[in-house]
Design a protein around this ligand. Structure first.
Ligand code: FES
Ligand SMILES: [Fe+2]
Length: 400
C-alpha cells in the first residue's frame, strides 16, 4: 500500500507491546478503569431512539449504560441500575418504555427523565426522594448525532474538540441526520485480548494480502495517518479501472455519490479512529461504527452498527448493501488474524513483533497507551504491584 501520508522517523521502536501485557489480569483491570470507564464510549445514534421512551443499552467492563429519550424529547444517559437492589431497569438491548421505566425485579417505577416515580408497595418503605433515589446519571456527549457516555471523568475533551481537525471533511456528510439501517447492533466475540483486535485494525499493511475485497476496491491508494491527539484517519480513493470481484465491480457501478461530497470523497472510504476503541467508517452510501470491549484477557466483544441516508433511493440502498457485504467479509477475515496474533503470544517461539513503516499507526496507538501506562515500557512488575508501579511512573513524568 502507498505510504504517501506516512512519514515515520528514520529510527523507531518496531517492537510493539510486551507479551505480558496481553495476559496480565492486573493490566486488564487497569485498562478497564483507565481506558474503558474513563474514555468516551459510543452507545448509539440519536436516531436509534427517535420517539419518547425509546432506549438503547450497552454493557462493558462490568458497567451498564442506558440511553433513553424523555417525554420532553431530550436524550439522557443513566446507569442501567435500579436504586432498590441493583437490577437492570431494562433488560433488552433496545426497545421502548411506554411512559415509565419499570424495574423487572420488584417493580419500582422511574420516569423517563430518571426520577423515581414510585416504589412498589410504598408503605413498606420510608418516604423516598424522587431525585435522590432516581436513576444515576452518566456523563454524556452527543457528536453529530452519535451518543457517547463516560462512567468516570477522564482525559478526553468533548468529542467535537477531539475530532475537530476532521470537522471540515466530515461536514460534507449528513452524519447527524443519518438513520439506522434497521439491523440493530451487531456483536461478535473473538478469542483474543482486545489489544490484538485494535492492533490488526490500526494498520492497512495487511490489506493487499488478507482482504481481497478491500484490495480490489482500494488498489494502492489506501493510507493510514498515525494516531495523534487521540484520533487517527485512514483514507482511500477507489482504484481506477475495472474491479476483479463482482461485488466490488457492482458496488462501483451502482454507487452514485451524494452531490454534497467533493470529488475526493465521492469514490472513497474514510475511517476515523478514536482512542481507545472506536472507529467510524464513512462511506458515500452509509456510515458505520465499530468498537471493542474486553470480556476477559482472551475474550473480546466487538459491536457495531450501520447508518444510512434518510432519503436513500433504491440505487443507494443497493450500494449500501454491497458496501456492507465487502465490510462483513473484511471483518470475518480479520477475526482469524486477530486470533492468530493472540495465540502467537503463547508460543515458546514468540519473540515479540517487528513492525513495518506501514504499521506506524500501530506504534503511535501504542504510544498513546504507553503515555497512560508507562509500565508497558518495562518487564512485568511483580504480582500485586502493577497499578502502584504505573502510578509511580506517572508521577515521575508529572514531576519532570
Ligand atoms: S431491584 Fe428494582 S425494584 Fe427491586
Ligand atoms: Fe483488516
Amino acid at each position: 500500500m502507498k505510504s504517501a501520508q506516512i512519514t515515520p522517523p528514520q529510527d523507531w521502536d518496531r517492537t510493539g507491546l510486551p507479551a505480558w501485557s496481553f495476559f496480565s489480569e492486573e493490566m486488564l483491570s487497569l485498562e478497564k478503569e483507565v481506558l474503558f470507564r474513563s474514555h468516551w464510549q459510543a452507545v448509539c445514534h440519536v436516531n436509534d431512539i427517535p420517539n419518547t421512551g425509546d432506549f438503547v443499552t450497552l454493557d462493558f467492563v462490568g458497567e451498564r449504560a442506558l440511553v433513553i429519550r424523555g417525554q420532553d424529547g431530550d436524550v439522557r444517559a443513566f446507569h442501567n441500575l435500579c436504586r432498590h437492589r441493583g437490577s437492570r431497569v431494562v433488560a433488552e438491548q433496545s426497545g421502548t418504555c411506554k411512559s415509565a421505566i419499570i424495574c423487572p425485579f420488584h417493580g419500582w417505577a422511574y420516569n423517563l427523565d430518571g426520577t423515581l416515580r414510585g416504589a412498589a408497595q410504598p408503605a413498606s418503605l420510608p418516604k423516598l426522594d424522587p431525585v435522590k433515589m432516581g436513576l444515576k446519571s452518566l456523563e454524556m456527549d452527543v457528536w453529530n448525532g452519535f451518543v457517547f457516555v463516560r462512567f468516570k471523568p477522564g482525559p478526553q475533551p468533548k468529542i467535537s474538540d477531539l475530532l475537530r481537525r476532521f470537522a471540515p471533511e466530515l461536514s460534507q456528510y449528513d452524519l447527524a441526520d443519518m438513520v439506522p439501517d434497521g439491523n440493530g447492533f451487531w456483536t461478535t466475540e473473538v478469542e483474543a485480548n482486545w489489544k490484538c483486535v485494535r492492533d490488526v485494525d490500526n494498520e492497512g499493511y495487511h490489506v493487499p494480502m488478507a482482504h481481497p475485497g478491500l484490495a480490489d476496491l482500494f488498489g494502492d491508494n489506501y493510507y493510514d495517518e498515525p494516531f495523534s491527539d487521540g484520533a487517527s484517519r485512514s483514507f482511500s480513493k477507489f482504484r481506477e479501472g475495472a474491479a476483479r470481484l463482482w461485488s466490488v465491480r457492482a458496488y462501483k457501478n451502482i454507487l452514485q455519490a451524494p452531490l454534497a461530497l467533493d470529488d475526493d470523497h465521492k469514490q472513497a472510504w474514510l475511517y476515523i479512529g478514536m482512542f481507545p476503541n472506536l472507529v467510524f467508517g464513512i462511506y458515500p452510501d452509509s456510515v458505520i461504527f465499530y468498537q471493542e470491549f474486553p470480556l476477559a484477557n482472551g475474550k473480546t466483544i466487538q459491536r457495531g452498527a450501520t447508518y444510512r441516508f434518510k432519503d436513500e433511493d433504491r440505487r443507494m440502498r443497493l450500494a449500501r448493501y454491497l458496501s456492507m457485504r465487502i465490510d462483513r467479509i473484511t471483518s470475518k477475515e480479520d477475526e482469524q488474524l486477530i486470533e492468530w496474533t493472540w495465540e502467537a503470544a503463547f508460543s515458546s517461539g514468540y519473540d515479540g513483533v517487528m513492525l513495518s513503516d506501514l504499521e506506524y499507526g500501530v506504534k503511535t496507538y501504542h504510544d498513546a497507551l504507553r503515555k497512560l501506562f508507562p509500565v508497558l515500557k518495562e518487564d512485568e512488575p511483580p504480582a500485586g504491584t502493577l497499578a502502584d508501579r504505573n502510578a509511580a511512573l506517572l508521577s515521575e513524568v508529572q514531576a519532570v
